[in-house]
Design a protein around this ligand. Structure first.
Ligand SMILES: [Zn+2]
Length: 472
């Protein structure tokens, strides 16, 4: 038995539309695949599928193993592609070692997990302990399926999550997170000053607030606060509005504000005075950063106190990496001040907090909450997700590293990710689960260029087979 059957199953999967939120048909397909082969299977109300297959001969007393992944895919297509993700099968293209879909995402993320899992439960030649399968829904849009998983249907305490798209990389931990909004009261009033200046911070690189938080890139909202702080030391200004960033989990690339002052030439001169040192600090990470100031029109403004409060809060909310995991040389705790918006009576500052250590995520949250309260504001949060904390002692990790070295003669890379994974949610429900994530090489996931390397798919199949065999 090689990976050929798994690839055939992957092809069948691609014939069934299965974007996030449209998983009913694929969920039934996975369920029926198991029941037609006489296996126990269940679908829950979130369309998650659970399957159990007895151990093969000689493994009856071994600890059960869970194979886990998600059935939904990201639906992205080329601009000129007419593909309908609700109804059309993907059009697969084989090109040498590459499998892709014509004009669309392939859904290798995470269809490969489904294909491997179903090939394993069908196989009568792979040796394995009691095998369980959990395929979730809606991973790509907030991990909704995982959060509905019923732990009472899972006996295994060893989990192989197959949602990492880089061969030779083992993932052994992920960050938890929380989206936090600090609300500052900011009511506009008429003011005696009448010279308006628009200040812009632009041309920044930005990036993912988890995976790229360690690149020391500038945050447009924080840079704006520093510019305003510099100007406030030189002359009397009032903010009239401030808006920066568009997503809490993206490092903001643009921030704009309008201030009012007695003489716009003085304010513009003081912006120009502070900007050189700041752009110089970021000459390597954000060489295209621009800080501009120009005269503009305006009406009402915030009071002196509110203006000061906004600048204080933006400067004092912790931003960037707060703690490192020294053993893995990875960010452990971070914050990204992603979005600043001016509403009718508030300025709202929204951050994406991440930490693989719950107490440190909470510490960061409490810092922001206290700062908000001290400034006469308040804090709200949503989108809480749990971390998967790195375990110094993980038997499944040791086993996988050994099997990998024996098979391929090289050391795998063992890492954690500074972003959310389903493993965190599942391990919150089953805290004594020993878990590892890996998978075959898939490039450019979530884009129409997504492509699976067939030789890698084969190697990772053989690797899973060897791991299962070793878990006697
Ligand atoms: Zn995925």
């Amino acid at each position: 038995m090689n990976s050929k059957r798994a690839l055939e199953i992957f092809e069948s999967l691609c014939a069934i539309p299965h974007g996030s939120g449209n998983e009913e048909a694929v969920s039934k397909f996975i369920y029926s695949f198991a029941t037609e082969r006489g296996l126990w299977a269940m679908r829950d109300e979130a369309n998650n599928v659970y399957i159990k297959k007895p151990a093969t001969k000689g493994y009856e007393n071994s600890a059960p193993v869970l194979i886990q992944g998600h059935m939904d895919m990201v639906c992205e297509k080329e601009e000129d592609c007419v593909h309908n993700f609700e109804t059309d099968p993907l059009r697969l293209v084989y090109d040498g070692d590459i499998l892709k879909a014509e004009g669309t995402t392939l859904g290798g993320d995470d269809g490969v997990a489904v294909a491997y899992a179903l090939a394993l439960i069908e196989s009568d030649s792979v040796e394995h302990p009691p095998l369980e399968v959990l395929i979730t829904t809606d991973e790509e849009v907030g991990m909704g399926g995982a959060s509905m998983v019923k732990p009472e249907y899972i006996d295994a305490r060893i989990m192989l999550n197959l949602d990492i798209e880089e061969e030779g990389r083992f993932n052994v931990g992920c960050a938890g997170g929380r989206k936090v909004s600090l609300h500052l009261p900011a009511v506009s009033e008429s003011c005696e000053l009448n010279s308006y200046v628009k200040i812009s911070v632009k041309g920044l690189k930005g990036g993912h607030s988890g995976e790229e938080i360690d690149k020391e890139r500038a945050n447009a909202n924080v840079i704006m606060a520093r510019v305003l702080d510099g100007v406030l030391r030189e002359c009397d200004i009032r903010l009239t509005k401030i808006n920066g960033g568009s997503k809490d989990n993206a490092i903001p690339r643009l921030c704009e504000c309008v201030v009012v002052c007695a003489d716009c030439d003085v304010a513009i001169a003081s912006v120009n005075k502070v900007k050189r040192a700041i752009t110089d600090e970021y000459k390597y990470t954000d060489p295209d950063m621009e800080i501009t100031a120009e005269a503009t029109e305006g009406g009402t403004c915030f009071s002196k106190e509110v203006t000061e409060n906004i600048v204080t809060v933006l400067l004092l909310i912790p931003n960037g990496i707060q703690n490192m995991n020294l053993e893995l040389a990875m960010p452990e705790t971070s914050n990204n001040i992603g979005v600043v918006t001016t509403t009718a009576d508030e300025v709202v500052i929204t951050s994406a907090l991440r930490s693989s250590v719950l107490s440190r995520k909470l510490k960061l949250y409490y810092q922001i909450e206290r700062l908000g309260a001290a400034m006469g504001g308040y804090t709200t949060y949503k989108g809480d997700y749990p971390s998967w904390e790195y375990q110094a002692d993980s038997p499944v990790r040791s086993k996988c590293v050994k099997v990998f070295k024996d098979m391929f003669g090289t050391e795998p890379v063992v890492e954690t990710v500074h972003a959310g994974l389903e493993c965190g949610i599942i391990m919150e429900k089953i805290p004594d689960m020993d878990c590892i994530s890996f998978g075959p090489e898939i490039k450019d996931i979530h884009t129409p260029q997504e492509r699976l390397y067939i030789s890698s798919f084969e190697r990772m199949w053989n690797f899973i087979v060897e791991v299962l065999k070793s878990l006697r």
